[in-house]
Design a binder for this molecule. Structure first.
Ligand code: SF4
Length: 280
């Protein structure tokens, strides 16, 4: 049994809150630069160039890529042979978020109650997803999520007869309705299967994949390509200014489901697409 002080988790969460907000990931930069080569719409191209310029400024000056520094979503995979010592896991994570958002001068975007709307003042509580896995390591992923793109999320419980084509038209139509709201170019996270609550988690988890890496199952990889093609034919374009780069990628994650169900969820990530992982 490996002993791991929870203070180490606090330190990592703090660092990742700041880095994910201020440092564009390698895959995000690559996607932005490739899209600049592809985009034909002058207004869309101009938006992409500004997005790239914004990434450079954020990285060199250590400032957030967007004023909405997000709700801190934290995924923790805990090896079953790890003993977390010196405190409890969730308190340690919340403390990391609190310190990171304070020290990184990141906007505090959480209200304590959904209707009475009082800001908690420190961006806590985080949303924490915990999974017990084999081994003696802890894998921590911090994925701040802005409200604009998160609001453009949906879940639908289809009958199984909706099938592949029903899902494709649902996702494409959803992106059409979302328009410029999720700050395109987006990454379109699609969950298929599981249950009502599991499918939303699948859509969220799909956004953690390196941008544009296909689903390992060819059936779903082909579906991702087809949906992306149809989305980029919509003409919404970067920041909604028109063009062919409405989305950088479509990522599908699937899970077994009930014989009578076909749950589908869409979770859009915006052009700042923030997430980083550290293994402790
Ligand atoms: S959707 Fe993304 S880019 Fe747009 S305001 Fe929110 S965090 Fe910023």
């Amino acid at each position: 049994m490996r002993e791991l002080p929870v203070q180490e988790l606090t330190e990592v969460v703090k660092r990742l809150c700041i880095e994910t907000n201020c440092q564009p990931s390698v895959d995000l930069v690559r996607m932005t630069e490739e899209s600049i080569q592809k985009e034909k719409s002058p207004a869309g191209l101009s938006a992409l160039k500004q997005i790239r310029e914004n990434q450079k400024i954020a990285a060199t000056e250590g400032v957030a890529m967007c004023q909405d520094t997000g709700l801190a979503v934290v995924f923790v995979e805990i090896g079953q042979d790890v003993h977390l010592a010196g405190g409890d896991l969730e308190t340690a994570i919340h403390e990391g978020v609190r310190q990171g958002y304070q020290e990184g001068y990141l906007r505090k975007s959480v209200v304590r109650d959904p209707l009475r709307r009082e800001n908690t003042g420190d961006n806590t509580p985080a949303i924490i997803h915990t999974k017990i896995v084999p081994g003696e390591q802890v894998r921590l992923t911090v994925a701040p999520k802005g409200g604009g793109s998160e609001n453009m999320s949906t879940v639908k419980m289809f009958p199984p007869s909706a099938g592949r084509e029903g899902i494709i038209s649902f996702v494409v139509d959803w992106v059409r309705q979302a328009g410029a709201n999720p700050c395109p170019p987006t990454i379109v996270g699609v969950g298929i299967g599981g249950s009502f609550e599991r499918v939303a988690y699948l859509a969220k988890v799909s956004l953690l994949r390196e941008i544009g890496v296909a689903n390992p199952d060819q059936f779903y990889a082909e579906m991702e390509r087809e949906i992306l093609g149809k989305i980029n034919d919509l003409g919404i374009g970067p920041q909604g200014f028109g063009g062919s780069v409405t989305s950088f990628a479509v990522h599908i994650e699937v899970a077994p489901c009930h014989i009578a169900s076909l749950p589908v969820a869409v979770n859009l990530n915006c052009h700042v697409s923030r997430h980083q992982t550290v293994i402790i």
